[in-house]
Design a protein around this ligand. Sequence first.
Ligand code: SF4
Length: 96
Amino acid sequence: MVCTILKEEIDCIFMTRQGCTYNGGHCEPVVEACEGCDHLKEVDSDYYCVTSANPAAKWNIGSCNFATHVVTQISNGDVAKVNPLKASKRAASGRS
Ligand code: SF4
């Protein structure tokens, strides 16, 4: 259902006819690590994430998987995107 509280015009799984069902009844603001991401939305001088109700939780165990401003850097300075599924299959077969 479309949010009517902070992220107006954004379809959200926590929004119901009775209001926001997320913890506390509204989303949490973004964290410092989110700076530069394309998913930020400014609401009343605070910034919120359009893909996550709790941005801090997205950074708890590494980089946010929805972040648009994070790139993987390998040691020779090249930038590479890694498919985690293929990487785990490669690791399981012993190839590098
Ligand atoms: S997608 Fe991730 S990095 Fe971007 S604003 Fe949302 S929580 Fe932050």
